[in-house]
Write a protein that binds this ligand. Structure first.
Ligand SMILES: Nc1nc2c(c(=O)[nH]1)N[C@H]1C(S)=C(S)[C@@H](COP(=O)(O)OP(=O)(O)OC[C@H]3O[C@@H](n4cnc5c(=O)[nH]c(N)nc54)[C@H](O)[C@@H]3O)O[C@H]1N2
Ligand SMILES: Nc1nc2c(c(=O)[nH]1)N[C@H]1C(S)=C(S)[C@@H](COP(=O)(O)OP(=O)(O)OC[C@H]3O[C@@H](n4cnc5c(=O)[nH]c(N)nc54)[C@H](O)[C@@H]3O)O[C@H]1N2
Ligand code: SF4
Ligand SMILES: [Mo]
Length: 915
């Protein structure tokens, strides 16, 4: 597979780099092959993954092609069309525009909205430009939507944003509690590390706290299906239980903490009685007590959490209610225990190190601390320093709509899709005087609103560092030449800064940026520093300063803080807080009194259900990269609304059909599904589909813009919603080697196939002449075209196949119901150079003639193994374990991401047989 990319001459051998997706931060080996493709493998020398990759990481090679890339700067002309421009013109447009707006309206009238997918060096420059030179803190990041509650919770408890533990702790623990985390799908390699540890020590307990029964639950000893939004009750109840049952470590609490009494008093108000807590959380009291008892009795407990905790109007309190339980039992700073925030994006942590959020300063310093402001400004030698916090993401887009912020530069994030109340974001950008977007892709929902589009280097092309969930700094290394005119993000930012007349951005190469960042981390840091003890910060990588390009290129993954040993070698640190030196002025950790409160908007008669949103296994966010891979497309091909069968009955929607899902903020269309382990009263919709991949499946438009009062993180997991039938007169799909325009179709989704695009369709119009309709949609105007068709007008069934030189080129299938032929079977036919007679007959009758040709929906993306294949093997060969399934049909034998689903199929197939 030639990707049309150009490997760097120096990278004929494997290049060691880091995966650009989740916060696990796996090491990757990328090897350019003679045919122009890139072989991807796990880096066995990397501490995060020891050579393993999940399915998204393994498919990286398929996402590197240049199709759809933004390769040149573009400017919108007066008529509203984008045109290609030179870099000079584009950079001037940004710099002049910003200078003029700042001159007229002040520094608070411009803003940056950046991303946890930037490299640390990019992020450092963005933050320096805004806070030190523009002089405003109006820089926020999509980490506001992701980790800001964890950041705020850490700061309240520890005085600094610290993740004390490391991945090994999750293996060494005797009990791992996963709260609001679908780890099996979202942090797959870390999940596999936990699963392996559990296999080796079956006595190790795994508890999952999540309203849905997710793939993560397949491996759990206990699943607590908490009612959405009730985690604070649950952990306050645990704190009370620990106190009542003598599980508090009094010596630790006395020596190292403050505030237990107040926290306990707050918890006692509503949560002293486990039975009452069980009722509020809607979990079985026996299960709740079993969890409390196991937590009390187990010393080595890790409580890992992600978006079910952070993305809540009580997100920060949820975080602190968890940390409170660890502080009460002294379970922190030692091996195999601690609260553990699982970071989402590859550089969520790097962003925190450079102070990317609107209420932070660089190098773990605080915006509201005058000593810190002075330290940063003096170090930068900058003309000014922001003194008040900037606007947080939701407020920022509201300020744009209100008109006080007039220029917005968006980098490496797609807010028209990913923000709550996303239609508001659209209104804001429509109104904004100057919208600049830097991206790697030409067409995104956000780019559609840009006045200036700037092309950035993407993964494999750019160079720098990222930090994973366990504070491990790793290099991302380039192995591909810059495509088109794309430039690294840090450089684009520096070039605009210089054009605005700012000194301090004269970096010749990326290692120089890293060097400055490393030096700042050590500046006035520590009891002996000029700033005195008040500025002691745990984040210190000054030992990494002074590297030349070669040394930077050779930098091995290392966990901060980093010190240089007497031998001259660098040493990272696996765990923090072992000495229990917390960053509050008194050196103690703080309990936070958390009073439970319900989400702001609750279900009512009009919007009776709760909308929960999140991720699927094989896609990454708005799909600008994973959406290019056919291997990743099949596991979940379309957006869906997962609903309990009884609720489906109640609201008149049927599995497999389309539903209109609406809230007070917006509406979308999604396929109805069961089987996602959803409890009654809730629905789940994935976040990945945008205006580029579907006609109307952008769930961000539905999400309420309520935020946590401390962190400003949006409540993505809880919006009152209504689900109703989306009436159509026909369902259909097309597979086509060429791209199609689908104007006039009521609902469509585009799915990447191996050598074709697949479109799932539904229409409201009555089709008078099927043949004419199909030929027009497929753009086949040649009367002589090799065209097979079948029509049953009375049944409303139609099939047509367009052949070119005996090979299938396009096909379309229609039916009044969604009972259409197997896409997996048809996709297989696109691999045939010539269609056999049997295949032609199959196409006309609408089903495969040969047995086994319909493999069913993909379960194992690595080997493309479908559900039918696996279930047939389980039944036919009497298979009873995942290992046996793997041995028989290969599924599960590579990345292991599908193992929880194979487990589920083993159970379901056995149940079927005994039924
Ligand atoms: N495949 C894949 N992996 C990813 C990503 C991706 O796009 N795709 N994105 C990455 C990023 S940026 C992030 S932030 C992480 C997110 O990783 P996760 O947080 O694991 O993922 P989500 O699916 O957003 O949500 C996690 C779970 O929270 C549950 N939940 C909802 N409400 C509540 C509640 O009130 N209480 C509790 N306890 N649970 C609740 C949901 O049902 C869901 O299963 O994933 C990272 N990894
Ligand atoms: N409803 C709902 N919404 C959510 C969430 C949820 O759970 N529910 N989760 C939230 C969370 S946790 C997150 S992290 C966000 C993620 O949401 P986004 O950040 O908006 O999603 P991405 O698709 O990752 O957007 C990254 C963009 O950067 C581009 N890009 C990739 N590499 C580079 C690069 O090197 N340079 C530049 N300049 N651009 C690049 C990509 O093409 C893409 O357009 O979504 C949030 N939104
Ligand atoms: S777990 Fe998967 S997505 Fe996450 S870093 Fe590793 S390979 Fe990449
Ligand atoms: Mo995230």
């Amino acid at each position: 597979m030639n990707l049309n990319v150009h490997p760097l001459p120096s990278s004929a051998l494997a290049v060691r780099t880091t995966c650009p997706y989740c916060g696990v931060g796996c090491g990757v080996q990328a090897t350019p092959l003679p045919d122009g493709s890139i072989a991807i493998a796990g880096d066995s020398g990397h501490g995060a993954n020891a050579g393993r990759l999940c399915v998204k990481g393994s498919a990286l090679g398929e996402t590197l092609g240049l199709d759809g890339r933004l390769l040149h700067p573009q400017l919108r002309d007066a008529g509203g069309a984008l045109r290609r421009a030179g870099w000079d013109e584009a950079l001037d447009k940004v710099a002049d525009g910003w200078r003029a707006i700042v001159a007229e309206h002040g520094p608070e009238s411009v803003a940056l909205y950046v991303s946890g997918q930037l490299l640390t060096e990019d992020y450092y420059i963005a933050n320096k430009l805004m806070k030190g030179y523009i002089g405003s803190a109006n820089i926020d990041t999509n980490s506001r939507l992701c980790m800001s509650s964890a950041v705020a919770g850490h700061k309240r408890a520890f005085g600094e944003d610290l993740v004390p533990g490391c991945y090994e702790d999750l293996e060494q623990a005797d009990m791992v509690v996963l709260v609001g985390s679908n780890t099996a799908w979202c942090h797959p390699i870390l999940f596999q590390r936990i699963a392996r540890a559990k296999e080796a020590r079956p006595e190790m307990k795994l508890v999952v706290i999540d309203p849905r029964r997710t793939a993560t639950c397949e491996q759990a000893d206990l699943h607590l299906p908490v009612k959405s939004g009730t985690d604070v009750w649950l952990f306050n109840g645990l704190l009370c239980y620990l106190a009542l049952h003598g599980a508090v470590d009094a010596a630790f609490v006395t020596a190292h903490t403050n505030g237990l009494d107040a926290a306990l008093a707050a918890a006692h108000v509503d949560c002293a009685d486990p039975l009452a807590v069980a009722k509020i959380c809607r979990v079985d009291p026996k299960d709740l007590l079993a969890f409390y008892a196991a937590f009390a009795a187990t010393d080595k407990v890790v409580t890992a959490f992600s978006q079910g905790v952070n993305q809540s109007s009580a997100g920060t309190d949820k975080v602190n209610s968890i940390i409170n339980c660890h502080l009460a039992t002294g379970r922190i700073g030692r091996a195999g225990m601690g609260p553990f925030s699982l970071t989402g994006q590859p550089n969520a942590m790097g962003g925190r190190e450079v102070g990317g959020l609107a209420n932070m300063l660089a190098a773990h310093m605080d915006l509201d601390n005058p000593l810190h402001r002075d330290a940063v400004q003096t170090f930068w030698g900058s003309p000014r320093i922001a003194a008040t916090p900037g606007l947080k993401a939701v407020d920022l887009f509201q300020a744009i709509e209100a008109g006080s912020v007039k220029a917005m530069w968006i980098i490496a994030t797609n807010p028209i899709v990913s923000m709550p109340d996303a239609n508001q974001v659209q209104r804001a950008l429509e109104k904004c005087q100057l919208v600049v977007v830097t991206d790697i892709v030409e067409k995104t929902d956000t780019n559609a609103f840009a006045h200036v589009l700037l092309p950035a280097l993407g993964w494999g092309e750019k160079d720098g560092t990222v930090t994973n969930s366990e504070r491990r700094i790793s290099r991302q290394r380039g192995f591909l030449a810059a495509p088109g005119e794309a430039r690294p993000d840090w450089q684009i930012l520096c070039q605009v800064a210089q054009r605005m007349g700012f000194a301090g951005f004269d970096f010749g190469a990326v290692h120089e940026v890293f060097d400055e960042h490393a030096r700042l981390s050590g500046y006035r840091n520590g009891a002996d520093g000029e700033g005195g003890g008040a500025t002691r910060r745990a984040f210190n990588i000054a030992a990494l300063a002074g590297m030349d390009r070669r040394q930077f290129d050779q930098l091995e993954p290392v966990q901060w803080p980093v010190t240089r040993l007497a031998s001259g070698e660098l040493a990272g640190q696996q765990r923090l807080l072992g000495e229990h030196q917390y960053s509050h002025p008194d050196g103690r950790a703080r309990f936070v009194a958390t009073a439970p409160r319900a989400p702001a908007h609750r279900p009512d008669a009009e919007y009776p259900l709760i909308l929960n949103t999140g991720r699927v296994r094989d896609q990454w966010h708005t799909m600008t990269r994973t959406g290019k891979s056919a291997k990743l497309a099949d596991h979940v091909a379309e957006s869906f609304v997962d609903i309990h069968p009884q609720d489906a009955l109640l609201y008149g929607v049927r599995e497999g059909e389309l539903a209109r899902v609406s809230t007070r903020w917006g509406a979308m269309v999604a396929r109805v599904r069961h089987g996602g382990g959803i409890a009654r009263g809730g629905v789940f919709v994935p976040i990945h589909w945008s205006g580029q991949t579907a006609s109307d499946a952008r769930v961000g438009a539905l999400v309420n813009p309520v935020v946590d009062p401390v962190s400003g993180e949006p409540e993505f997991k809880h919006t009152p919603v209504r689900v109703e039938q989306f009436r159509v007169s026909w369902h259909g799909f097309i597979l086509s080697r060429g791209e199609l325009a689908l104007d006039g179709v009521a609902h469509w989704t585009r799915i990447q196939g191996r050598s074709f695009a697949r479109y799932e369709l539904a229409g409201r119009n009555a089709i008078a002449d099927y043949s004419a309709w199909a030929r027009q949609l497929l753009a086949v105007d040649d009367e002589q075209a090799d065209w097979l068709e079948y029509e049953d007008r009375s049944a409303g069934v139609y099939r047509a196949v367009h052949l070119v030189d005996g090979r299938i080129d396009q096909c379309v299938f229609l039916s009044p119901r969604p009972d259409l032929p197997s896409r997996a079977w048809l996709a297989g036919l696109f691999g045939h150079e010539q269609l056999s007679e049997v295949d032609r007959v199959g196409l006309l009758v609408g089903q495969p003639i040969e047995k086994g040709a319909d493999t069913g929906p993909t379960v194992c993306s690595c080997f493309g193994v479908g559900r039918n294949t696996i279930c047939d093997a389980i039944r036919g060969q009497n298979l009873t374990s995942v290992a046996a399934v793997t041995a028989c049909v290969k599924a599960g034998g590579n990345c292991g991401s599908c193992v929880p689903e194979i487990k589920k199929l083993l159970v379901e197939t056995r149940v079927e047989e005994t039924a």
